[in-house]
Every structure is written in structure tokens, then in C-alpha cells.
Design a protein around this ligand. Structure first.
Ligand SMILES: *Cc1c(COP(=O)(O)O)cnc(C)c1O
Length: 371
């Protein structure tokens, strides 16, 4: 490999090359049947994915955002209900709350794990609070014990946002088994990615599963009979076929991500100004992203760009300070840990196919920057 060629943050092309036969075959099969809507591949994939997580029900939907939307709707979240979520997440965690006329309540994260801090959620709970959304950000499970005990004490529902955490585990159990209901995304760059938009809702609760099944497909019981007002939020048959072709590789891809993270950890831990990701004993992160922290973030980023290394910031502006949520009247200083962290985080290239040589080169450049 030519080290001077650019190292991207994510590389989907290299992966496609390794599985092109399986993917092309899967696409051809669906196209040959022209079974594009609610084809049998959807039910096959739902069953495979629920086995992968060891959950009872999985319902394919059109995106991770729609998974969150239908999950909240199934939980009966509506007008005026308050839903607690971290401010440090992608906007799609909060958007569906607003669509349902409920109120997002932005909470603080833990400074080490970057996930929701249950200790700081307690004071946000009011009579209107209905649910909490822990986000397993970067592939790292949130503090589920802490969140579960809050939920129990105040009778709140839990929706896990596992969009970045396919296969990540908390106390040896896959995320998706802790909340009342869980949303996954198959956005192309996620640990399990479709070739377009796709998502899935999983739950161990049969009632919630049935509700989501109606909601995703126009509330339909049979053709042209609609029991409830639903949505057009189905998983596409082509995407389901592609996901079924990719799922058998996921364990291996996740384990490669963990090996890459371990190498990054080893090579970066000696650098004084760099904080490497923290992984609590109880969790097994699947490193959707490998995120370091440093006060010299912007200068380091520029330096790495000059060396042909693409980096990212996930996410530069927390939701409580985004223009879209200004109607909620948060201001700078409301969530100090979050605000400090977003100025220091930097996502380094991470994907299963990245090579040891590339990681060594990236770490050498980082070392050079600081010396
Ligand atoms: C990707 C993502 C989503 C949204 O998923 P889409 O499939 O892009 O709609 C939601 N939450 C988080 C944390 C995400 O990373």
C-alpha cells in the first residue's frame, strides 16, 4: 500500500471489493423477482438480526431516524411529554421527539465515556418525563445500570439509540436487550451499513413490536385495510438482501475494529496531550468511531490533513446549542462537560479494512505533531 495515498475516515469501497460477489448476487436476486416492497428478504433479515442480538423481535424500517420515530410512537410519546437525551449526539436522536410534539430535555454526558450521565439526569426528571434515550455513542454502551435504575425509580421508558453500536455489549449482553425498545441505523458508514438508508427497531416486548409493525406500513392489516394511521417507513427489500449478505461478516468486522482500537491505544497512550477512549470494565465497545481528545484539536486536525489523513468531529455543536433547537432556550454554559468535550474531540480513521501500517503512520504523525 502507498502510505502517501490519502487515508479516509471511513472506506466503504475496499469493503465492497471483498464481498462484491455476495452483494451483487443478493441485488440480482431481488431485481429478478421485482419484489421491491415487503419482500421475503425483509423477514429473513429481521430474523437473522434478532438472532444476532438475541432479542425476540426485529422490525425493519427505512432509516435509523425512522426507527427512533416509530419506537417513540410505539411507546406512546406525544404532546407535552418530556424525553431526556444527551445533547452530545446526532440530531436524529432528538428530531422525532419534536415531530411527536414532545419536548427534548438535553442532559449532560460523563467526561470519560461521552455517554449520558445518569447522576445528572435525576434533577431533570419532572412529572412530565416519560422516557430516557441513552445513546451508545461511538459504539460504546452507555451506563445502562444507572439509567435502568433511574427508569425503575421514576417509571420511565427507555429507548436505546444503538445506531452506532451493532454488537456492542454491556455485561456480556448485546445492547438492544436493556431498554423497552431499541433503534439501530444501517446508514452506509455504520458498523453494519446498507447501500442506502435503512434501520431497524428491536424489542423483547411483543406489544411494542406489533405496534411498530403496523406503524411502519401504513397501519395496514391487509391490502387497503388500515387499522391505524401509520407511516410509509418500510425497510426496502434490496437493502434487506444487502444487509443479509453483510451480517455474517459483522462479528469479524467488529473484532477487527477492536484490534485497530487496541493498536491506536497502545501507540497513542504515551502522548501526554492525547486522551485515548475509555472503555469501562462492564462494556465492550465496537468502535464505530475512534475518538481522541486533545486541547490542540484544531491544529492537530489541520496537521493531519496536510499528511493525507482525514479526520472528523462527532459532533462539533451539541444539540442544546444548535439553531434547530433554539426554541428550547438553552444557552452556552448549560452543559459544561459537553461544551468542553466538543471542542477537544477528534475522530481518527476507523474501519475494519484499515491496515496496521496505516494506523502506525497516523500515530507517528500525531507523535510528530507534539514533539
Ligand atoms: C446515524 C445515527 C442516527 C440516524 O440514523 P439514520 O439511519 O442516518 O437515519 C441516529 N442516532 C445516532 C446516534 C446516529 O449515529
Amino acid at each position: 500500500m502507498n502510505i502517501r495515498s490519502k487515508i479516509p475516515l471511513v472506506d466503504l469501497k475496499t469493503q465492497y471489493r471483498t464481498i462484491s460477489k455476495e452483494i451483487d448476487g443478493a441485488i440480482k436476486k431481488v431485481v429478478g423477482k421485482t419484489d421491491f416492497i415487503m419482500g421475503e428478504e425483509i423477514f429473513a433479515f429481521e430474523s437473522e438480526f434478532s438472532k444476532f442480538l438475541n432479542v425476540k423481535h426485529a422490525i425493519g424500517v427505512s432509516s435509523g431516524t425512522d426507527a427512533i420515530h416509530l419506537a417513540l410512537k410505539a411507546l406512546d410519546i406525544g404532546l407535552g411529554d418530556e424525553v431526556i437525551l444527551p445533547s452530545h449526539t446526532f440530531t436524529a436522536t432528538a428530531e422525532p421527539i419534536v415531530w411527536l410534539k414532545a419536548v427534548p430535555v438535553f442532559a449532560e454526558i460523563d467526561e470519560k465515556t461521552y455517554t449520558l450521565d445518569p447522576k445528572k439526569c435525576q434533577k431533570l426528571i419532572t412529572r412530565k418525563t416519560k422516557a430516557i434515550i441513552p445513546v451508545h455513542l461511538y459504539g460504546q454502551p452507555a451506563d445502562l445500570d444507572g439509567i435502568l435504575s433511574l427508569a425503575k425509580k421514576y417509571n420511565l421508558k427507555i429507548l436505546e439509540d444503538a445506531a452506532q453500536a451493532h454488537g456492542a455489549a454491556y455485561k456480556n449482553k448485546a445492547v438492544g436487550n436493556f431498554g423497552d425498545i431499541t433503534a439501530f441505523s444501517f446508514y452506509p458508514g455504520k458498523n453494519l451499513g446498507a447501500y442506502g438508508d435503512a434501520g431497524i427497531v428491536v424489542t423483547n416486548n411483543s406489544k411494542l413490536a406489533e405496534r411498530v409493525r403496523f406503524l411502519r406500513n401504513h397501519g395496514r392489516t391487509e391490502k387497503y385495510i388500515h387499522r391505524i394511521v401509520g407511516y410509509g417507513s418500510r425497510l426496502d427489500t434490496l437493502q434487506a438482501a444487502i444487509l443479509s449478505a453483510k451480517l455474517p461478516h459483522l462479528r469479524e468486522w467488529n473484532s477487527q475494529r477492536r484490534q485497530h482500537a487496541a493498536l491506536y491505544d497502545k501507540l497513542l497512550s504515551a502522548i501526554k496531550n492525547v486522551v485515548i477512549p475509555y472503555e469501562a470494565d462492564a462494556v465492550k465497545s465496537m468502535y464505530h468511531l475512534y475518538v481522541i481528545r486533545t486541547p490542540q484539536r484544531d491544529k492537530l486536525r489541520e496537521f493531519l490533513t496536510g499528511k493525507g489523513i482525514e479526520t472528523g468531529i462527532h459532533y462539533p455543536v451539541p444539540l442544546h446549542l444548535q439553531p434547530a433547537y433554539s426554541f428550547l432556550r438553552y444557552k452556552k454554559g448549560d452543559l459544561p462537560v459537553t461544551e468542553k468535550i466538543v471542542d477537544e474531540i477528534l475522530s481518527l480513521p476507523m474501519y475494519p479494512e484499515i491496515t496496521t501500517q496505516q494506523i502506525k503512520y497516523i500515530c507517528r504523525c500525531i507523535k510528530d505533531f507534539y514533539s
